[in-house]
Design a protein around this ligand. Structure first.
Ligand SMILES: [Zn+2]
Ligand SMILES: [Zn+2]
Length: 384
């Protein structure tokens, strides 16, 4: 894989990526990252820039002035609450926070389209470069879509990628239909009554209900989605207070992540989980409350747009593979594919690259040119 950009551009983008890596910010707090992207884009005079979009996101519009479609290219800005191990010179200077998902690289690829769009403007329509906040929590895409300035940016097609460690560098991973799963976090609070530990029957403990939830929730997908993929993963359980031996617990918590191939299956599984919870809590005389978190829609790729990415990859001499199943992880880009043409594709970031969210992950700079070139070619093809 020897795709390159103009040398000066590659040097600037590499420096930009490393700067983002050194100054990571958590979801919804990407203030300096917002300003760094804004400053970079400024030099290439976009037609307009929408700042603080959905909180700490921004969008740069390159408008041809000629009627035509709007093509959205989306990147993410947020880092993760992970302590980076001793690593490169550009390692995180923000303790406990690091770019372990490569969003520094994704943002750089999309920023790297600005000089190209400035040099060769779109022939018709518009290209919108979107830098969204808070992808890791699933809140950012929703916040962008809820921003009152969003309707003016509404695209006809949306494209995005995620780098994928474990795949050869530069390999393009495609799937028609669902690319990544829908998921949501279920958080259940149970509120019983304490009692003396010598007389547990005088209280109402959530312990048995939690034990039953732990046993039965993971079996739900097989019951309510016998013919499709579903997964319930327990992420946290708790009852009572640590280091207390004389009191039975009153308060308990059960958290799980629900995951399916489609948004419709996710609502089926969620309803089944709420029914089971009500049954178990009722049998144990436990009042409860449920809240839902980290909501991700399935990312759905339309075949025509997938074909354009495939053609771009082929022309650039990149290897492509098609996945037979969706990825189990979720990407909030799924919201941008709802009711719109769109594609999310994977870009191999090396077979020996540490996995995403590992503390020794670092986005490989040689991918910047590859992602930027696939994006540029696909966006121009979509403009027609
Ligand atoms: Zn991530
Ligand atoms: Zn990511």
């Amino acid at each position: 894989m020897t795709l390159t950009l103009d040398r000066a551009l590659h040097r600037d983008l590499t420096a930009f990526r490393r700067r983002l890596h050194a100054e990571p910010e958590l979801s919804g707090h990407e203030h300096r990252t917002h300003d760094a992207v804004l400053a970079y884009l400024h030099a290439f005079a976009p037609t307009s820039v929408v700042q603080h979009l959905g909180g700490t996101g921004l969008a740069a519009v390159f408008d041809s002035g000629v009627p035509g479609p709007t093509i959205l290219v989306r990147a993410e800005l947020d880092a993760l609450p992970i302590q980076e191990v001793e690593g490169p010179a550009h390692r995180s200077t923000n303790p406990g926070v690091m770019h372990a998902c490569g969003h520094d690289g994704h943002a750089t690829m999309v920023a790297g389209l600005a000089p190209r769009l400035a040099a060769v403007p779109p022939s018709r329509g518009r290209v919108v470069l979107l830098f969204q906040p808070a992808e890791e929590t699933g809140a950012g895409a929703a916040a962008v879509l809820a921003d009152p300035r969003w309707p003016a940016l509404e695209p006809d097609a949306a494209i995005a990628l995620h780098n994928l460690p474990g795949h050869p560098m530069g390999q393009v991973i495609l799937r028609e239909g669902v690319f990544s799963c829908a998921s949501r976090g279920m958080s259940v609070g149970l509120e019983g009554i304490t009692s003396h530990a010598a007389h547990p029957d005088d209280g109402v403990s959530p312990a048995e209900a939690i034990a039953e939830l732990v046993q039965r929730m993971p079996k739900l997908p097989a019951e309510c989605l016998p013919d499709s993929f579903g997964l319930v993963t327990i992420t946290h359980i708790r009852a009572g207070k640590d280091a207390v031996f004389g009191v039975t617990p009153a308060e308990g918590r059960f958290n799980a992540t629900l995951r399916t191939d489609t948004d419709q299956d996710l609502s089926t599984l969620s309803n089944a989980a709420e029914t089971l919870l009500a049954e178990i809590a009722g049998a144990n005389r436990l009042p409860f409350e449920t809240t839902w978190h980290d909501e991700f829609a399935a990312a759905v790729c339309d075949p025509e747009t997938v074909a354009l990415v495939r053609a771009a990859a082929n022309d650039l001499g990149l290897d492509t593979i098609d996945r037979d199943k969706p990825f189990r992880w979720s990407e909030d880009f799924g919201l941008f594919t709802r009711g719109r043409r769109g594609v999310l594709f994977g870009l191999g970031s090396g077979e020996s690259q540490p996995q995403l969210h590992n503390p020794d992950y670092d986005f490989p700079d040689e991918l910047i040119a590859v992602g930027a070139r696939i994006f540029m070619r696909t966006a121009r093809d979509l403009l027609g």
